[in-house]
Every structure is written in structure tokens, then in C-alpha cells.
Write a protein that binds this ligand. Structure first.
Ligand code: FES
Length: 106
């Protein structure tokens, strides 16, 4: 297994914008990275059901929802309103120096 490490942005940019959504060719995925209560989270915006767009809908609980069929995902990516076991992809997110990175094991 190998890890992919990708620079997302400057930490100051993320603090100003609150979230950054971007497509990463290396991951073949569009990812939203956000800072909440001092913690960083990154998740795929591509729904594991049929590829609908997933976005953060509740700032407090950090629930995400797909715009196509309404599946909701927990802070950690588990499906909340379906018996489906597939999870929304989350990426490890961390800061080194003044940069934000995500990583993913393949
Ligand atoms: S594509 Fe997201 S719930 Fe169906």
C-alpha cells in the first residue's frame, strides 16, 4: 500500500475561506477541506451511491447530504439514512508549517 500526499492550500487561505473544494487529478476525486473547531476534515464531494454532489449541510453536526437522492453522511462518512454500508470517502488532513495537506492510502 502506498500513500498519496497532496498539498491543499496555505493555512491562512483555509482560515479565511472556511472551506476549499477542488478536483485532484492524483485522487481522481473532488474534495472539500474545511476547518471546524480547530480540526481539519476533508471529504469527497462524490456520492458513493451514484456520483451525486455531496456538500456540508449542518455546520454543528458536520452532516453532509447528497443533492441527488438525499443520502446523509455523518462527520466520519457513515451513511445515516439508508441501510447501505458504503461510506463517503474521507481523507486524512493535517498541517505542516503553513500548508494544509491531505493523504490517502491506496
Ligand atoms: S447519488 Fe447520492 S444518494 Fe444517490
Amino acid at each position: 500500500m502506498s500513500s498519496i500526499i497532496i498539498e491543499v492550500c496555505d493555512l491562512d487561505d483555509l482560515k479565511k475561506k472556511k472551506s476549499i473544494t477542488r478536483y485532484y487529478e492524483d485522487l481522481k476525486d473532488e474534495v472539500t477541506t474545511y476547518l471546524k473547531y480547530g480540526a481539519f476534515t476533508s471529504f469527497s464531494t462524490v456520492c458513493p451511491h451514484m456520483g451525486g454532489y455531496v456538500s456540508l449541510v449542518d455546520d454543528v453536526s458536520e452532516i453532509k447530504r447528497c443533492k441527488w437522492h438525499g443520502r446523509e453522511f455523518s462527520k466520519g462518512g457513515e451513511v445515516l439514512n439508508s441501510k447501505a454500508k458504503i461510506c463517503l470517502t474521507h481523507y486524512e488532513t493535517y498541517v505542516r508549517g503553513d500548508k494544509v495537506f491531505i493523504s490517502y492510502d491506496r
